[in-house]
Design a protein around this ligand. Structure first.
Ligand code: PLP
Length: 372
């Protein structure tokens, strides 16, 4: 049996008729940009995310960029960011002229370590961008307390963790303005690019609504130099159908993770995901670690099992950030994670047989003994 890294079929097949009807409705109503579908999706997503306002935008990167722009980040402002995130978090800071200041993650949860935050704060620091990596909520209590103490804003990167919670609060509802992504493979995925900002702050929401639409609130009157970054009506219509199923799909991801945990718990040298007290995990990705990662990946490929590496190169080691002149070894936890992490197949609708087969293949892997 071939097992792909990701299959949409169990999610998409049962709702095909419903999605096609939603698409046909947009087609027939002939209102394709910022119409009733976007408005309704924004209201429904706000209810889901426990915020007053959702602003639908073109993608997750724009959501983070517009949030930082609305908060008034200026050239030279420092923004604290995880050393082990997807590069989008850093790029959003760079777009507004800010300086990404990396902080290492906790070595077990892979999320920003609150203990290390204060040492990274300088007089130029303006904000903190926690990333709920792989689907696990960050320690938002301690992070928000440190931000308050130092007069900093928080912008959560919630691209991977829709619906995860920290002590009962939904991620994407803690920060001043937070970005999420509906890239197809995310837990709530559109049929193309899409994203949103979530916020409890009405004034900030108005700024971001203006920025996403040419800096205009009233057609052909432009208050600020804005962007064209709007969520499409078609994507909003699809997302409305899918949002209703997200809690069930999340439960399925968590059940798959529990099965993996049962099957893989006693394999020597294999590190499984750990969830912190207070946090929930919605398993956007199921990431294991092995000192023999590349050989394990090759072994699984040979067995017909799809895997990916999230992420092979941390942002500070990317060519795009060569100008920061950060030497290798500066962020050892991020570099260790990049060298050892492997994402196993994970999607709602994976069966017990799928999980058992992946686990059997992982168990059968024998790293070549290194001569002493
Ligand atoms: C996917 C992702 C983004 C960017 O979202 P896009 O919709 O692809 O622009 C940002 N941050 C993280 C952590 C992501 O995983």
């Amino acid at each position: 049996m071939k097992i792909p890294f990701l299959s949409f079929s169990p999610q998409h097949h049962p709702i095909r008729t419903e999605v096609m009807a939603a698409i046909a409705d947009v087609y027939d109503k002939q209102w394709y940009v910022l119409g009733e579908q976007v408005k309704a999706f924004e209201a429904e997503y706000s209810a889901f995310n426990q915020v007053a306002q959702t602003i639908g935008v073109a993608n997750g990167l724009d959501a983070l960029h517009l949030a930082l722009e609305a908060l008034g980040v200026q050239p030279g402002d420092e923004v604290i960011v995880p050393s082990n995130t997807y590069i989008a978090t850093w790029l959003a800071i760079s777009f507004v002229g800010g300086v990404p200041v990396p902080v290492e993650p906790d070595a077990h949860t892979y999320n920003l370590d609150p203990e290390l935050l204060e040492a990274a704060i300088t007089p130029r620091t303006k904000g903190i961008m926690p990333v709920h990596l792989y689907g696990q909520a960050c320690a938002m209590g301690p992070i928000m307390a440190i931000a308050r103490r130092h007069g900093l804003w928080v912008v959560e990167d919630n691209a991977q963790a829709q619906g995860a919670t920290w002590e009962g609060g939904v991620v994407g509802s803690f920060g001043a303005a937070n970005g999420t992504s509906f890239y197809p493979g995310k837990n709530l995925g559109a049929l193309g690019d899409a994203g949103a900002v979530t916020t409890k702050d009405e004034a900030l929401a108005t700024k971001i609504r203006t920025l996403r639409n040419y800096g205009s609130q009233q057609k052909y009157y432009n208050e600020v130099i804005g962007h064209n970054s709007r969520l499409d009506e078609l994507q909003a219509a699809v997302l409305r159908v899918k949002l209703a199923h997200l809690p069930a799909w999340t439960a399925q991801r968590q059940a798959v993770a529990a099965l993996y945990q049962q099957h893989l718990a006693d394999i020597p040298g294999l590190v499984l995901p750990a969830t912190a007290a207070g946090a929930t995990h919605v398993y956007h990705l199921y990431v294991v670690r092995s000192a023999h990662r590349d050989a394990l990946q090759q072994h699984l490929t040979n067995a017909g099992i799809g895997t990916l590496i999230h992420y092979p190169v941390p942002p500070h080691r990317q060519q795009a950030y060569a100008h920061l002149n950060i030497p290798a070894g500066t962020y050892p936890i991020a570099e260790e994670l990049a060298a050892t992490s492997l994402s196993l197949p994970m999607w709602p609708g994976m069966t017990e047989e799928h999980v058992a087969e992946v686990a059997a293949a992982v168990r059968a892997f024998e790293p070549v003994a290194v001569p002493a």
